[in-house]
Design a binder for this molecule. Structure first.
Ligand code: G1P
Ligand code: ZN
Length: 558
């Protein structure tokens, strides 16, 4: 074991979802990855290490294999007893969560920058998950950050090399510790086994390959979910091999953004418009996000997606067994789920952005189904959002209702009303300008005269009822998370929300979210961009976003 001196960095604060930086930051700054990995392991109680197992896997992006070798060497030198690693390092984020829970590991390290581009000039990320299978809560990420700011040395076994290809156990003698074990496991098997327990695979097989089967198009976007789709949807559920595309994980995601939205999954959108397929879906780099499309490219907004699953939850055998304990959405996600919760008399929680806030509720038995507007959908089967789970949930609904995606969605709006929703992203804005815009806006919003003020655009007028910076008190442990997003709520319930992204790797990303409810049957099929144009206009006017950032328009509209 070597004990190498190192100098601390000040910028290793984990964001919404782990430490995310440009690959070059990891490569060019001496011991940058070593420092952070040591900081994670230092945060693990020494008394847990020898008997403990950590699960390790990633989305296959550039630098992942280097990082895994470092994790192996640093874990061994710090007395971690066992690592379980996906073959070739590959394991989707939901699969890591599943494996941590299944083998009762003390935690896991996920190598991904999710939907951010990869390759030598792209992003890399390291994320720590705890024993419940979910992202480390703020108490732990803060501890890791504190350690990283004062680290002076890291421990490493530089000679120790593992073969990531061969499934099976490798054992190493490390100093006075008990033998260190590395176990390479099939990346898909445990996860597939879990899904077989959640869904009715016979019904799904009938839907995908029976006499009246529908045809699907699944785009793995060169991310980690490819092998999962191939094995589960094609091999096991019988969908033809050509229904799954871009299924070989690539270090740079084929040069694309592995982000399942209308902009970055444009290929899928245009293929779906052709009308050949009844159902389409795309996933992000690490397999936790999903986008659902119907025939002719009919788009299901993620805020609606979780609401539809909620309203049809009994189509999924898992929930018949567990019952529905509660529903949750992140604050910027539209209120579509609230309407379902109200109608079906289920408890609804509103949490800050980021999956980690759902974990506590799930562990306490208060939450079954949740979602975020950012293409994240999932349940308490694990503690991460789960892209393929969402796809099988939708297919279960189609199988049971025998309707198209579009008809399911339209009937839902007729029954529950529709929350029109849009998100504008302004990416890589100058950080100072973005911070100033938010600070100035907060000042305007916190002025007493703001409440009650009216704003008009076109033929619409809205009156401010409430304005705040969202604050959340965790109902389980009482912890308080402040400053989670500026909210302007109008008297008709419409909301304008501004927040800064916590996952970007360069500059700042400003997100503007608009949510507005409509239940007039004449209006529910209109184009969200048309319906929401007045609120967008008002949001830009109040915030002066364009003037203050020099941006004429967003980089992505959802
Ligand atoms: C974004 C999404 C958020 C999601 C997170 C991780 O975070 O907005 O909902 O949980 O990615 O996938 P943000 O960049 O907004 O902080
Ligand atoms: Zn992701």
């Amino acid at each position: 074991i070597l004990c190498n001196p190192t100098s601390a960095y000040t910028d290793q604060k984990p964001g919404t979802s782990g430490l995310r930086k440009r690959v070059t930051v990891f490569q060019r700054n001496q011991h940058y990855a070593e420092n952070f990995i040591q900081s994670i392991i230092s945060a693990v109680d020494p008394s847990q290490r020898q008997e403990g197992t950590l699960v390790v896997g990633g989305d296959g992006r550039f630098f992942m294999k280097d990082a895994i070798q470092l994790i192996v060497q640093i874990a061994a030198a710090n007395g971690i007893g066992r690592l379980v690693i996906g073959q070739n390092g590959i394991m989707s984020t939901p699969a890591v969560s599943c494996v941590i829970r299944k083998i009762k590991a003390i935690g896991g390290i996920i190598l991904t920058a999710s939907h951010n581009p990869g390759g030598p000039s792209g992003d890399f990320g390291i994320k720590y998950n705890i024993s419940n299978g979910g992202p480390a809560p703020e108490g732990i990420t803060d501890k890791i950050f504190q350690i990283s700011k004062s680290i002076q040395e890291y421990h490493i076994c530089p000679e120790l090399k593992v073969d990531l290809c061969a499934i099976g156990k490798q054992t190493f003698e490390v100093d006075t510790f008990k033998p260190f074990t590395v176990e390479i496991v099939d990346s898909v098997e445990s996860y597939a086994e879990m899904l077989r327990d959640i869904f009715d695979f016979a019904a799904l097989k009938e839907l995908l390959s029976g006499p009246n089967h529908i045809s699907v198009r699944l785009d793995a976007m060169h991310g980690v979910v490819g092998p999962y789709v191939k094995k589960i949807v094609c091999d096991e559920l019988g969908s033809p091999a050509n229904s799954a595309v871009n299924c070989v994980p690539s270090e740079d995601f084929g040069g694309h953004h592995p982000d399942p939205n209308l902009t970055y999954a444009a290929d899928l959108v245009s293929t779906m418009k052709g009308g050949e397929y009844d159902f389409g879906a795309a996933f992000d780099g690490d397999g936790d996000r999903n986008m659902i499309l119907g025939k002719h490219g009919f788009f299901v907004n993620p805020s609606d997606s979780v609401a539809v699953i909620g309203a049809n939850i009994t189509c999924i055998p898992y929930f018949q067994k567990t019952g529905v304990k509660g529903l949750a959405r992140s604050m910027p996600t539209s209120g579509a789920l609230d309407n379902v919760a109200k109608a079906l008399k289920m408890q609804l929680y509103e949490t800050p952005t980021g999956w980690k806030f759902f974990g506590n509720l799930m562990d306490a038995g208060k939450l079954s189904l949740c979602g975020e507007e950012s293409f994240g959908t999932g349940s308490d089967h694990i503690r991460e959002k789960d892209g393929l789970w969402a796809v099988l949930a939708w297919l279960s609904i189609l199988a049971s209702r025998k309707q198209s995606v579009e008809d399911v969605m339209k009937e839902h709006w007729q029954k529950f009303g529709r929350n029109f929703f849009t998100r504008y992203d302004y990416e890589e804005v100058d950080s100072d300008a973005a911070n100033k815009m938010i600070a100035d806006l907060q000042q305007i919003m916190f002025d007493k005269a703001f409440i009650g003020q009216t704003f008009s655009s076109g033929d619409k007028t809205y009156k401010v009822e409430k304005a705040d910076n969202f604050e959340y008190t965790d109902p389980v442990d009482g912890s308080v998370s402040k400053g989670q997003g500026l909210r302007i709520i109008f008297s008709d319930g419409s909301r304008i929300i501004f927040r800064l992204s916590g996952t970007g790797s360069a500059g700042a990303t400003i997100r503007l979210y608009i949510d507005s409810f409509e239940n007039d049957p004449q209006k529910i099929y209109q184009d969200p961009q048309v319906m929401l144009a007045p609120l967008v206009d008002i949001a830009l006017r109040i915030s002066q976003l364009q003037e203050k950032t020099g941006r004429n328009g967003p980089t992505v509209i959802t």
